[in-house]
Design a protein around this ligand. Structure first.
Ligand code: FS2
Ligand code: SF4
Length: 581
């Protein structure tokens, strides 16, 4: 196997024997082959659209869902990938037949040589899945489909740029799929996904400038998807408003829900109502508490635990059932495997998966069978309070500062800047992870002067979300505002764009710095969106992507002035950001 799609990749080079995430070579290979097959299915879907042949919603939904399932920490279940390879084959046959029925001639597919590929696989649009009975052949094909061969034939810079496009697609597909769950779809978003897959199977993909151009186009398309998702959340659950969330459990039976999919949370809240079960959010589900349509459920009682990488500690300590709706999931230990459930694209071998029925009775039964929180297993409140006081931490955090709320106090923010009460705004957004270098974000936040504000989003917030930042002196504005999940980078961009208008400048002219922590491929899509919008001077950390060679980084630095986060010296970074460097 060779995989370098995420930040924690082995030695910042690539996972070659087993993933740092726990991905086996078998699953890694099947994911590579699925992406190869999607280049074919996307190519056929693009051709269909170009020729006025409708691509049915179930096929579009499959393309985004299958793409999403290859994102880091989503699906580790080889059987599910084999099923998706088969489904891709069926949909491809459908589109071929629909094009033929319309009298569209079969396309002249470029040869592998024209694409600069080696190996014995045909063009992705001509690929035929052999079926799961021939695993030796599948393993052979999976090797051919991986990035290693293309790195040899195309060189590390070009193949790395192509991978950046694929990874951006994975992130965008994830957000498109979340929006779908809320009933929001956009033909333009699907059209772009298909176009990008078709592009990756065309000779144009051998031109680095064309690949970068496609990456920027993806950034624009992803902005539209994040907007659609934000509007979908607001339409379904109302506009988020500042809401206190308790970090302390209460006595009673309990379910912990993690991931990003608020549609699942709503369904779970409906199905658990009146059953004597308390529901807690975990990880990226924390911002759900800010939505009127979700916080109205009295049994949504609080938040438990921290970021995804702590889940083995958090889930083991949680005395109830756990439902994972999306990434990030990890191979579970025995301690909680039997009371863990997955749904949507997530998959873990040996863990019960709840399919499209969204019938959570098994989750409810597991919660009722567990002990739940009791006086005996809950931490002593006095001890917790003492510990928090020592560390300057809070037992209740406030969420729900989406763009509507922040822009409603834009006048106060502008006054604060003009009167010198607010010197700088930092956006600390993105992912969290286990590497020690990520302590940089915590240290940086603690060093920030009291006349600064911090906007957080994504699971990176867990580094600082329960620290007491207090209020911005003389303003009545809290210093830390959490804007939501990683996809709510949209909110931060709306705020920055609107503030820039008030100050008669552009985003780069504001006293604002973006310090982005990346981990997986949604962050790649968000980064491309920021670059597409012309945002410069973004700090990226804790390490730069392994899939970008020094040459590729040089191009991005020259065009966008991206800077690596100085994880060894947060004070130096802080100084530079405040001086707008
Ligand atoms: Fe965090 Fe993981 Fe949000 Fe990422 S829960 S790193 O995949 O999507 O952010
Ligand atoms: Fe390694 Fe990340 Fe790929 Fe997992 S997803 S195999 S950790 S690079």
């Amino acid at each position: 196997m060779f995989c370098f799609q995420c930040e924690q990749t082995q030695d910042n080079k690539g996972c070659t024997t087993v993933g740092v995430c726990g991905k086996t070579p078998e699953v890694a290979g099947l994911q590579d082959l699925l992406i190869f097959s999607l280049k074919g299915l996307g190519g056929w879907a693009h051709l269909a659209t170009q020729n006025g042949v409708e691509v049915p919603q179930n096929i579009q939904s499959f393309i985004t869902g299958a793409t999403f399932s290859t994102l880091t920490n989503v699906n580790f279940d080889d059987a599910r990938f084999l099923a998706m390879l088969k489904e891709a084959e069926e949909y491809e046959a459908y589109l071929r037949a629909a094009l033929q029925a319309k009298g569209v001639a079969a396309p002249q597919l470029p040869s592998s040589a024209e694409l600069g590929w080696t190996g014995d696989l045909p063009h992705p649009m001509a690929y035929q899945y052999p079926g799961s009975s021939d695993m030796d052949l599948i393993r052979h094909q999976a090797k051919q489909a991986g990035v290693s061969l293309r790195r040899e034939s195309l060189g590390a810079t070009l193949s790395g740029l192509q991978e950046m496009l694929v990874y951006g697609l994975k992130g965008m597909a994830a957000y498109t799929h979340h929006a779908e769950a809320l009933g929001s779809t956009d033909p333009a978003a699907y059209g772009f996904v298909n176009e990008a897959y078709a592009f990756l199977g065309s000779p144009a993909s051998k031109d680095p400038a064309a690949v970068l151009g496609m990456c920027m186009k993806l950034g624009g398309a992803n902005f539209g998807v994040m907007k659609m998702l934000s509007e979908g959340h607001a339409r379904r659950f109302g506009t988020p408003t500042p809401t206190p969330v308790s970090l302390d459990p209460i006595e009673g039976k309990c379910i912990l829900i993690t991931g990003h999919d608020m549609h699942d949370l709503e369904t779970l809240l409906q199905q658990t109502e009146g059953k004597g079960i308390n529901v807690y959010t975990h990880g990226e589900m924390l911002p759900a508490h800010g939505y009127p349509g979700l916080k109205k459920y009295k049994h949504l009682v609080g938040h438990f635990g921290g970021a995804w990488y702590r889940q083995k500690i958090d889930f083991s300590a949680f005395p109830g059932a756990v439902l994972a709706t999306t990434n990030c999931v990890l191979d579970p230990p025995k301690a909680y495997k039997g009371r863990l459930f997955t749904t949507n694209e997530t998959g873990l071998k040996g863990v019960t998966h709840i399919g499209a029925t969204k019938d959570y009775s098994a989750v409810i039964a597991a919660a009722l069978a567990e002990e739940g929180f009791t006086k005996d297993n809950m931490p002593d409140p006095a001890e917790v309070a003492e510990e928090r006081a020592e560390e300057g931490k809070l037992g209740t955090v406030t969420v729900g500062f989406g763009h509507d709320v922040v822009l409603s106090v834009a006048g106060q923010v502008v006054d604060a800047v003009k009167t010198g009460k607010l010197e700088h705004i930092f956006v600390i957004g993105g992912c969290d992870g286990s590497e020690p270098q990520r302590k940089y974000y915590d240290k940086l936040a603690r060093l920030m002067p009291t006349n600064t504000m911090v906007l957080t989003l994504g699971c990176g917030k867990f580094r600082i979300f329960d620290q007491d930042f207090g209020m911005l002196p003389g303003t009545g504005l809290p210093r830390l505002l959490d804007m939501g999940q990683c996809n709510d980078a949209y909110s931060a961009l709306v705020v920055a764009t609107e503030l820039a208008k008030v100050f008669n400048t552009d985003v780069n002219g504001l006293p604002l710095s973006l310090d982005i922590s990346w981990f997986e491929q949604k962050a790649v899509a968000v980064l491309l969106t920021m670059l597409h919008l012309g945002v410069k001077n973004i700090r990226l950390g804790p390490r730069l992507p392994a899939f970008l060679t020094p040459d590729a980084v040089k191009q991005l630095v020259e065009a966008f002035e991206i800077k690596p986060a100085n994880t060894a010296d947060p004070a130096a970074d802080l100084k530079q950001m405040m001086a707008k460097h």
